[in-house]
Write a protein that binds this ligand. Structure first.
Ligand code: AMP
Ligand code: ZN
Length: 483
């Protein structure tokens, strides 16, 4: 199992709730101790040429879980999800066409029209997944061309580049630290195995920083640069935008596991090569969503989008629930049977939550139960163990030792991390129970205390006539509005 067990040093044991995050670079769970309340996060975002599939969506649900966890700790995340609208080639070895330009040709449209359309779909998918757009910044690569050129110039000054007809390349031979996230065969990517894709490329690890528009070719998206007209290499945007918007050293960088071997090794080489500073203190990677044994990928063609699921009658939040049932670091095999089961469980959770009688006092006077707070806090601190947070929510829901208001508060507490429930009852929750009902309940409590059960039952009936239901728990009685 990949959750980070409490194997960390004794000194942390004093604070059992220290946030432990698995860092791909050091290959261990590390205590997250940022310098202040404001934390910076960069999550690699979509390439805007085709709608994001549910595998991609898993990467953002993971990023959103992290964001929620950080807020839960009282941090104020400044969180970027970038929009790649130029430079991502069909071939990761720096050959091939620009995915967006190619799509524009296929659709007989413009690159801008394609990226606008796909970005709109992306935002709507995020909202459907209960990922609040307000919590993120979504910079577009084409708005940061000057910063990318600046980055390449800085690398040039450090002697880390070479110039070939195709463009400016990062020279990994001049940067012995290359491969910070590992270049083991386990991580190896096809792109790293190929050197012949571009003439003049010195090593398969070298990568394009700036690509020249080939002679006789006209591109929709190209810019002037010190190296001639062209466009930035795909990796440059993430380093340039992260450093421009978040600073030279950021707290956390996330992405899908497919980015470890090439894209993130390249981001580290570019950023640290240019500044000499650590680029990201923690590197976190979400595991793949797998489809019939294969990674779900646009290029393989085995993909479903959130809209496809909706067309088949599934709620997007059922997908979120499915994702949260396992660790973000565990590859997850997608099946409609599993989605169906997640939807059934989610609907039951929502139904039972909604069915809890309304409490006698406004909800805000009640606190979540301490024992469950402990469970939830420990779970999320354990490298975002959402499965255990979910389990705690279920346990609290069915714990008759708690008053309904406490159960509701506890479930809300869990759901601030999970984001799977619909909390549309907020207004009702704050409703004050009418005085005559409160008086009747008091009389009933007195009757019960005297063991005058017939009288107590009659009072229950009386309360029911006012539209309220009595709810007895070990801690006393309360009323809720009848539904
Ligand atoms: P892309 O639009 O291909 O640049 O990918 C956007 C994000 O989705 C990146 O963080 C990828 O690492 C991630 N991703 C791509 N495919 C999958 C998959 N099958 N499962 C999980 N994450 C993925
Ligand atoms: Zn990136």
């Amino acid at each position: 199992m990949i959750y980070c067990a409490y194997r960390y040093p004794q000194k942390y044991m004093r604070n059992r709730h220290t946030l432990m995050l698995y860092d791909t670079r050091s290959r261990e769970c590390r205590a997250f101790r940022p310098a202040g309340k404001r934390v910076s996060i960069y999550s690699c975002g979509p390439t805007l040429y085709r709608p994001q599939h549910i595998g991609n969506i898993r990467a953002y649900v993971f990023a959103d879980t992290l964001n929620r966890a950080l807020r839960h700790y009282g941090y104020q995340p400044k969180h970027i999800i970038n929009l790649t609208d130029v430079g991502h080639l069909t071939d990761d070895a720096d050959a091939g066409e620009d995915k967006i330009e190619k799509q524009a040709q296929t659709e007989n449209s413009t690159a801008r029209a394609i990226t606008e359309k796909i970005a709109g779909m992306f935002f709507s998918d995020l909202e459907k997944m209960n990922i609040s757009l307000r919590r993120y910044i979504f910079p577009r690569a084409t708005d940061y061309i000057a910063e990318q050129i600046e980055l390449v110039r800085a690398l040039e000054k450090q002697g880390l580049t070479y110039d070939i007809p195709d463009g400016i390349y990062f020279n990994t031979g001049a940067y012995p630290q290359y491969g910070a996230l590992g270049l083991s065969s386990e991580n190896a990517d096809d792109a790293h195995a190929r050197i012949d894709a571009v003439e003049g490329k010195k090593s398969s690890h070298d990568f394009a920083l700036w690509k020249r528009t080939p002679q006789g070719v006209s591109r929709q998206q190209e810019w002037d640069s010190p190296w001639g007209r062209g466009f930035p290499g795909w990796h440059a945007e993430c380093s340039a935008m992260a450093m421009k918007l978040l600073g030279q050293t950021i707290d956390i960088h996330t992405g899908g596991a497919d980015h470890i071997a090439v894209h993130h090794n390249n981001e580290i080489a570019q950023s640290e090569g240019a500044t000499g500073e650590t680029f990201a203190k923690v590197w976190m990677h979400g595991a793949f969503l797998i489809m019939e044994g294969d990674k779900m990928a646009k290029s393989v063609g085995n993909v479903y989008t959130v809209s496809d699921l909706e067309e088949r009658g599934y709620e997007p939040l059922a997908l979120r629930y499915l994702f949260l049932q396992s660790s973000y670091r565990t590859p997850l095999s997608f099946s409609f049977a599993a989605l169906e089961a997640a939807q059934t469980a989610l609907r039951r959770l929502q139904r039972e939550y909604d069915a809890l009688p309304h409490p006698m006092f406004p909800l805000w006077r009640k606190k979540p139960d301490n024992q469950y707070i402990e469970q939830i806090d420990v779970a999320i601190a354990d490298n975002l163990n959402t499965a255990k947070v979910l389990a705690a929510a279920w346990d609290a829901l069915r714990d008759t030792k708690l008053e309904p208001a406490e159960r509701q508060k506890t479930i809300r507490y869990a759901d601030s991390l999970l984001g799977v429930l619909s909390m549309s009852r907020k207004k009702d929750d704050e409703e004050i129970v009418p005085q005559e009902v409160t008086a009747l309940l008091k009389k009933r409590d007195e009757a019960r205390a005297k063991k005058a059960y017939d009288e107590a039952d009659a009072l229950r009936e009386e309360i029911a006539k006012h539209g309220y239901e009595v709810f007895d728990s070990e801690k006393g009685s309360s009323v809720g509005k009848r539904r």
